[in-house]
Design a protein around this ligand. Structure first.
Ligand code: HGY
Ligand code: MN
Ligand code: MN
Length: 407
């Protein structure tokens, strides 16, 4: 049996790194806090007898040897980077659940045929550099390594330089090796499991995503002298576009999710009309065709607003991810493992994106969700219970061992 208290204690230790006054965490990708959390994980993994490999974009693989070293590994893990006002469990749970599986197998002296890798993916959140799940996407060959290295944050610091600075520019090639199976534990980041009173979710899939960067160009001007009917106010245009984007989503039933949340205004001065406003759109839906229809509706609405206001507009697509169906065998393994332990389990669908969504094309992939309080995440108030975290980790142990010993 996994050790509930040790698992919880590891979370509380990890949550001290980048802790915020309101009880959350801030560990932006490749920041000093990210480095410290990586260092802590590696020290724990080494204490648990793992050998460490780091690839060229900083993905960490902590390997527990199997009896057959030639066998492809079973991999489990998630991410340690967080949102700026993130929670203590988003990402960290998947990494620490993997660590608890290894610690428990060590305690029991249990060997597995295949090696087990605990993975820490680089920059899952994507809130500092340009895209989400950069580490797992490079690993899966979905984006170019050099393109990722060149990505810059709002201060102009590059991914590559920051990776070097924190000492995690590894030497291992990114990906390219066979994987027996991949399982990722994560908090649901939604309200369903808690509402149903169910501690474990067998995740059947995740919705598709289309994300954009919109640049609206107007003309700087004096806030006191330019008459209201002669302005080219890029922020006002962007605000009208944000409202139109929201309304476009409600043309569908149920509506897709469409979020405008990262906005940069230039010159961002109280008494100067904004000459340029740049904002992001994050849209998601389980149906890829309707998500494309939403893109077309949002784009048309934004361009019409720009034309009516005499503003320039440029809409750049920054990422597309198709909806994901996880491997039926992995999903069923989660259901069976929960049942065998008399742990209530239900099928769930992920509104959030995860590194597992990038690995699903490479290997049989499954996810295990546990409830989070009121479904809140990407929020300092994010919370989970020791019992739920333990239940999900117990199921993870059983599916990882089953996969590692399968033919
Ligand atoms: O944005 C996402 O879906 C993930 O939680 N980072
Ligand atoms: Mn996450
Ligand atoms: Mn997240």
């Amino acid at each position: 049996m996994i050790n509930r208290d040790r698992l919880w204690q590891s979370h509380m230790e990890m949550a001290k790194i980048g802790a915020t006054p309101a009880g959350g965490v801030c560990r932006l990708a490749l920041s000093d806090e990210d480095k410290v959390s990586r260092d802590l994980f590696i020290s724990w993994a080494r204490e648990a007898g793992c050998t460490i490999r780091i690839d060229r974009v900083g993905n960490i693989f902590a390997r527990r040897a199997g009896t057959d070293p030639s066998s492809p590994p079973v991999i489990t893990g998630s991410h340690l980077d967080t949102q700026p006002l993130g929670g203590r469990f988003d990402g960290a749970y998947g990494v620490l659940a993997g660590l608890e599986v290894v610690r428990t197998l060590n305690d029991a002296g249990t060997e597995t045929r295949a090696p087990i890798d605990i993975v820490v993916w680089t920059d899952e959140e994507g809130c500092r550099f340009s895209s989400k799940t950069m580490g797992s996407m490079v690993f899966a060959g979905k984006i170019d390594e050099d393109e990722v290295r060149a990505a810059t944050d709002p201060d102009g610091k590059s991914f590559g330089a920051e990776l070097e600075r924190i000492g995690y520019a590894g030497s291992e090639a990114c990906g390219g090796f066979p994987i027996k199976a991949y399982f990722e534990n994560h908090i649901e980041q939604g309200p369903l499991l808690e509402q149903e009173g169910i501690p474990v979710g067998a995740v059947v899939g995740a919705q598709g995503q289309r994300c954009f960067l919109v640049t609206v160009t107007g003309e700087e001007g004096h806030a006191g002298t330019v008459p209201m009917d002669q302005r080219k106010d890029s922020f006002l245009g962007a605000a009208r576009m944000a409202d139109a984007i929201n309304r476009a989503a409600f043309q569908f039933d149920p509506p897709p999710v469409a979020t405008v949340a990262h906005v940069r205004v230039r010159p961002n001065s109280r008494n100067t009309i904004s000459g340029e406003t740049v904002f992001t759109i994050d849209s998601r839906y389980p149906d890829a065709d309707k998500l494309l229809q939403l893109e077309e509706a949002m784009s048309a609405a934004c361009k019409e607003i720009a034309d009516n206001m005499g503003l320039g507009i440029e809409i750049a697509r920054t990422s597309i991810a198709a909806p994901v169906q996880f491997n039926a065998g992995c999903v069923d393994a989660v259901r069976r493992a929960a049942e065998a332990r008399d742990i209530p389990c239900m099928d769930v669908y992920s509104g959030a994106g995860h590194d597992a969504c990038k690995i699903a094309d490479l290997a049989p992939t499954g996810m295990i969700f546990v409830p989070c309080e009121r479904g809140i995440s990407h929020n300092e108030a994010e919370n989970a219970t020791p019992d739920d975290l333990a239940a999900g980790t117990q199921v993870l142990l059983d599916v990882v061992v089953e996969a590692a010993n399968a033919d």
